[in-house]
Design a protein around this ligand. Structure first.
Ligand code: GBH
Length: 484
């Protein structure tokens, strides 16, 4: 066994942030409770055939009515942090601050209080994809005025929750919002071919919210605020072929670089700017299809981070694909992906168990973005269909991925500050409906009480958290391995 293949014994630093995550539309339900406005996901999921079995989040896990139960299961996991998101239209039903729905705000206020009473610190995502439908009626993320609307929304939350919330995430996975929501149209709002403009406004909105916090709240509230981007790791399909190596670079720059480069380094990656400009001009267009930031915008967006928020799940093998004159993201990226036949499959076709890629991506972030403090804000695995309470695949997944995180930290000098398991409980998995289960807890949705039932992996995750990693068994018995 090489050292890379072996588990590394060792512990995380004392103050390491152990967390688990959820998001508003995926767990809350209460889709019209107490004055909540509609979101683009309410509409999308109510459109026949957009989701598996036409499932929707009307009731989801009923977390809107289950604050106490959710805090109880968090306690069982021993986590010291909980990442959840706020439903924008629950707080601002028409998307603007002209009318604040006090009942909606109260739900989050009570949740925050219950968490803090249990010594669990809230990590709050402002936007995890449930845009107010009213804002989509004027173009959503395609309309630049959304930047100001997002700033207003953030302002309301900082004002009302900021004395009790010290960890903010502006946007969850802008890549998915842009590419699936406004590119392929497979997620709400189901728009096609508009990902570059959507991404442009997402980046500006993030930066505005960061500046607002920085200028108006940081001195008194003393929290941190940043963005969470998601990225796969990419390996060349054939490591001995330069064109496959190049394809892997394109894959990464068009994925993580699209959002991280403007925020950490300034402006879009050179590779993206060059390729998209050249292909646009070659097609006879007057300029690049990639929008440009002004020099002032580049400067004001650069540096709008207090940490690097990362969601990571899997690795792909990449190779070049010539899409001819196809004038879109796929044509520009010119990269195909496949998987190694030995990689273990999961309940999601896109997700193969590839722990080694996690460490490589963490190193890539260290090198590419100036060794920032990294919080992993999602990492996890699914099963498909019936629940598997004896979920050894998930235990295997967490043990191996978390250990790769430990290697990155102890051996590579990556500044890893936190780890978050996705997800606290089985929930509405977007276009896959309830068919793919990422939970540490199973939710029996046919029981009107929606009970949360631990899978085996929940106990194992709790013991890793309780041990703060992987203490060497040779150094004596550890009671941390058997949490009550
Ligand atoms: C995260 O997205 C989300 O933040 C979270 O809400 C979600 O529940 C979790 O991961 C698990 O998916 O089926 O080919 O159309 C991770 C990015 C977005 C990757 C959706 C898979 C569907 C691919 N995921 N995407 S496909």
């Amino acid at each position: 066994l090489t050292n890379e293949e072996k588990i590394l014994y060792g512990e995380f630093p004392k103050m390491f942030n152990w967390s688990t995550a959820s998001s508003s539309y995926q767990i809350e339900g209460g889709w019209r409770a107490h004055g909540k406005g509609l979101s683009i996901w309410d509409k999308f999921a109510h459109t026949p055939l957009k989701t598996d079995k036409s499932d929707n989040g009307d009731f989801a896990c009923n977390s809107y009515n289950k604050i106490e139960e959710d805090v109880e299961v968090l306690k069982k996991l021993k986590v010291t942090f909980y990442r959840f998101s706020i439903s924008w239209p629950r707080v601002l039903p028409d998307g603007t601050k002209d009318y604040i729905n006090q009942a909606g705000l109260n739900y989050y206020s009570r949740l925050v209080n219950a968490l803090r009473a249990a010594n669990i610190q809230p990590q709050v995502t402002l936007y995890h994809w449930d845009l107010p439908l009213a804002l989509q009626k004027v173009g959503g993320w395609e309309n630049e005025t959304i930047v100001q609307r997002f700033r207003d929304y953030a302002d309301v939350l900082f004002t009302h929750l900021g004395s009790r919330v010290k960890f903010w995430i502006t946007l969850n996975e802008p890549f998915i919002v842009a590419n699936l929501g406004y590119g392929y149209g497979s997620f709400a709002p189901g728009i096609v071919g508009r990902q570059y403009i959507a991404a442009h406004n997402l980046i500006k909105a993030h930066a505005e919210a960061w500046h607002l916090y920085n200028d108006k709240y940081r001195a008194t509230q003393r929290g941190v605020i940043s963005i969470t981007v998601n990225s796969d790791w990419a390996e060349p399909r054939n490591p001995y072929k330069q064109e496959d190596v190049d394809a892997a670079q394109r894959y990464l720059q068009f994925f993580i670089g699209w959002f991280a480069h403007p925020i950490f380094n300034g402006d879009y990656p050179e590779l993206m700017k060059t390729i998209i400009r050249e292909r646009s001009l070659a097609a006879g267009l007057p300029g690049s299809r990639l929008p440009e930031f002004t020099p002032e915008e580049i400067e004001s967006i650069k540096g709008t981070h207090d940490y690097f928020g990362l969601n990571h799940y899997t690795t792909v093998l990449s190779f070049p694909v010539n899409m001819g004159d196809q004038q879109d993201y796929d044509g520009d990226r010119g990269t195909g992906v496949t998987h190694d036949r030995t990689w273990i499959e999961t309940g999601s076709s896109w997700l193969k168990i590839t722990p080694f890629g996690f460490r490589k991506l963490l190193k890539f972030i260290r090198d590419e973005y100036g060794n920032p403090p990294i919080y992993v804000t999602e990492n996890g695995v699914s099963e498909r269909g019936a629940v598997d309470l004896d979920d050894i695949h998930r235990t295997h997944f967490y043990e191996n991925y978390i250990n790769q995180g430990l290697k990155a930290l102890l051996l590579d000098g990556v500044d890893l500050r936190g780890y978050t398991a996705w997800s606290l409980m089985d929930n509405f998995e977007w276009a896959a409906g309830y068919s793919e289960r990422f939970g540490l807890f199973y939710v029996n949705r046919s029981d009107p009480d929606f009970p949360r039932i631990p899978k085996n992996s929940a106990l194992r995750y709790a013991s890793i958290v309780n041990c703060n990693g992987f203490p060497d068994p040779a150094l004596g018995p550890h009671d941390c391995l058997t949490p009550e």
